[in-house]
Design a protein around this ligand. Structure first.
Ligand SMILES: [Cu+2]
Length: 419
């Protein structure tokens, strides 16, 4: 009997420890400053090392297991429906706030997989200087980079794993031109969410494989950097119509309509509160996406939250004023967002690490079984496959035309010299 009580106490104690090891910081009611999330490869070496030191400490404290477990437990509520974008934005902010408990000056960077979409194994982010690439042969353990030889305790004790889709390679991801085609065509939140989730987003999970293609993928820090790019893509689409900062549509996993007043799973905060990256509690912008204007943001009908929104509006403008007054030039973490953001539509630079004359290849289709296991939409994935195939074909045509024009110009120049 005593033995059972001891076991029971031990279980309760370990649960309490697990909870205290995975804190949930409250969102601030106002932004004292707006910070910038940047492309990880653009970070100066000292900032990169600070970020790596922070995530190592988070891993040591067991927080990565907490994120993996939480995401896994509510997977069906946050994928394949209109909670997807808002919930993941909230989840990333949770991660970032825990980062800042360790080092308040560090922001979550994003991994722009569009840069090396054609040949992701050439991406510096997937090397030992950043977050490592494939798991090693045999056990798929990640043994290089910032997470070298990391262990995990969720869902079981193991190393952190990755297992590239084609053995040594991941296969191609989506070029940003195809992502922008989706941005241009999608009119409703539900359309846009479904096209991004079942296209550009899924292929990265499948390509990296191992833990990354499971519902506990957040045990890998790269999950947060991949989803920061997804979040940035959403933010850019939102920036094209101010209504998108306060309205959503479509349905949740129970087929109940999702509105700005719907609550996000686990966090129990309104979806509307997550619709602007620079809104209260979030307080960030992406380096090349315009900030949401204060007046366009969602205003909660929940009484307490509404007054905090008003406070936030007042406070943010005074903070921007202050920043201008004090001329604190070397503090680049405090920005006046709208002014700092360059115009939308800047194409990401595409690195051609390949033989320049070979045609680019589109990503290969995600299988029906793989999609179904991840609450994804088989028909939408097929439409997105057709879209990305077309875009890659267009890119190849343009590259061939450019090569032909260059060759013709060279021949003409040679003819002139010969004459
Ligand atoms: Cu997810």
């Amino acid at each position: 009997m005593l033995k059972y009580i001891c076991i029971l106490l031990a279980v309760i104690a370990s649960e309490a420890i697990a909870k205290s090891m995975f804190p949930l910081p409250r969102l601030q009611n106002l932004c004292t400053q707006t910070s910038v999330r940047r492309d990880i490869v653009s970070l100066p070496q000292d900032e990169l090392q600070r970020f790596i030191a922070v995530v190592r400490e988070m891993h040591r404290r067991g927080w990565m297991d907490g994120f993996g477990s939480m995401h896994d437990h509510i997977a069906h509520q946050i994928h394949g429906n209109e909670q997807f974008f808002a919930w993941h934005r909230r989840f990333l902010r949770h991660f970032e706030l825990l980062m800042q408990e360790i080092d308040p000056g560090v922001m979550l960077p994003y991994w722009n997989w569009g840069t090396y979409w054609q040949s992701p194994v050439a991406d510096p982010v997937l090397t030992s200087a950043y977050f490592g690439g494939n798991g090693r042969l045999g056990d798929n353990c990640v043994v290089e980079g910032a997470q070298a030889r990391w262990g995990r305790n969720y869902p079981s004790r193991n190393c952190l794993t990755r297992r590239f889709r084609y053995g040594a390679t991941t296969g191609a991801f989506w070029p940003m031109r195809a992502v922008r085609d989706v941005m241009n065509a999608a009119k409703t939140h539900a359309q846009f969410r479904s096209r991004i989730e079942n296209g550009a987003h899924g292929i990265v999970h499948l390509g990296l494989g191992g833990d990354f293609e499971t519902m506990y993928a957040p045990v890998d820090v790269l999950f947060f950097m991949h989803h920061a790019t997804i979040d940035k893509i959403w933010a850019e689409w939102q920036s094209r119509d101010p209504l998108r900062y306060r309205q959503v549509d479509g349905y949740d996993s129970q087929r109940i309509p999702v509105t700005a007043n719907s609550l996000m799973p686990f966090y129990s905060e309104e979806v509307g509160t997550a619709l602007a990256t620079n809104g209260p509690g979030y307080c960030y912008v992406y380096d090349d996406v315009p900030a949401a204007p204060m007046g366009a943001m969602f205003k909660s009908t929940r009484r307490a939250a509404f007054s905090s929104f008003k406070a936030a509006v007042n406070n943010t403008s005074s903070v921007e004023q202050q920043a201008q007054d004090t001329e604190d030039a070397d503090d680049d973490s405090a920005v006046a967002p709208a002014a700092a953001a360059p115009p939308v539509g800047n194409e990401f630079h595409v690195k051609h690490a390949l033989n320049d004359t070979a045609d680019f290849r589109p990503p290969s289709p995600m299988s029906r079984e793989w999609l179904k296991g991840r609450h994804m939409d088989v028909a939408e994935a097929a439409r997105m496959q057709a879209l990305v195939n077309n875009v890659v074909a267009q890119i190849n045509t343009e590259r061939r035309q450019k090569r032909a024009a260059t060759a013709a110009a060279a021949a003409a120049a040679a003819a002139v010299r010969a004459a």
